[in-house]
Ligand binder design. Structure first.
Ligand code: HEM
Length: 257
């Protein structure tokens, strides 16, 4: 081989063995993102998505809790309520459509809520090269950790809850169309009560802090209104926690059977 062809081979080899990290970065697109994309990418956009989806969950949970309390009216009325959820909106909607619309809306809101939370948390970590001092850290991390861990526990609970009372896969004796029976046989098992009660306490803590954060994001949390906002958040948290927990407690104590 001549000297020049050796050089060509060497040069080619040198290029192909370059580690990927040493390659020049791809040029970033100079195209401006559309308004919704720019909004989603911004911190305030993600916080707004979290606030609005969180408030939507609170509305759903208030309706769900009130519906659950119908269990005190007896099996027939509770099962009829379950059936009504499926026929709601008829004849414009067909059987079950309302529930499916609700499922899609809640699922989209849940995914947006979780993705925004995870991305904000990552952004927060990256933006804090200097760590908190000990006192600051204790205060800041209690609320943040409760929200993060509470959120993870609630997400796992929702999966469990659907497997329990919608699909029936983890329910001790699931019968389609008989929610009263399904709730009672579940709450007769002590550890199922533990799962629900722990999740409901987490729900209360999550709403207590989340409502406050949502008010701040949406700009309604003026100094003069802070006490009112805090009171509304904690009242919602207590009402929802107690309103949900009362059902397993009623089954455990034999009030509902
Ligand atoms: C003790 C507390 C609770 C009880 C007894 C309860 C009971 C039920 C029952 C019986 C159903 C099935 C309704 C039906 O298909 O007819 C249901 C569905 C549902 N529950 Fe709960 N629930 C409780 C707490 C919660 C909480 C705290 C959440 C959310 C964090 C939640 C979220 C849901 C959702 C999203 C569905 C709809 C699932 C679907 O689309 O089929 N529930 N619940």
């Amino acid at each position: 081989m001549s000297g020049s062809s050796v050089n060509v081979v060497e040069a080619k080899t040198a290029v192909s063995t370059k580690p990927p990290s040493a390659r020049p970065p791809k040029p970033r697109s100079t195209k401006r993102p559309s308004a919704p994309v720019a909004f989603w990418r911004s911190t305030i956009g993600k916080k707004t998505v979290m606030a609005v989806s969180g408030l939507l969950f609170v509305l759903f949970l208030l309706a769900h809790m009130l519906g659950n309390l119908k269990i005190f009216a007896g099996a027939a009325e509770f099962n009829e309520y379950g059936m009504w959820l499926r026929t709601l909106g008829e004849p414009m909607l067909s059987y079950g459509w309302f529930l499916w619309i609700q499922r899609v809306v809640l699922l989209v809101a849940l995914v947006a809520h979780i993705v925004a939370a995870a991305q904000l948390s990552l952004r927060d970590r990256r933006a804090r090269p200097v760590r908190y001092t000990r006192g600051q850290r204790v205060k800041a991390t209690f609320a943040t950790r409760t929200m993060r861990w509470g959120g993870i526990i609630l997400a796992l609970f929702i999966v469990w809850h659907i497997l329990d009372l919608t699909v029936g896969a983890v329910n001790p004796d699931f019968r389609y169309g008989e929610p009263h029976h399904n709730v009672v046989v579940g709450f007769e098992v002590w550890w199922i009560n533990v799962i629900y009660i722990v999740a409901m306490v987490m729900l209360g803590l999550h709403i207590n802090h989340g409502f406050w954060s949502a008010a701040q994001t949406l700009g309604v949390n003026r100094p003069a209104r802070q006490r009112v906002i805090k009171t509304i958040g904690s009242t919602l948290a207590v009402v929802l926690t107690v309103g949900f927990v009362i059902v397993p407690v009623a089954v455990m104590t034999g009030v509902v059977s």
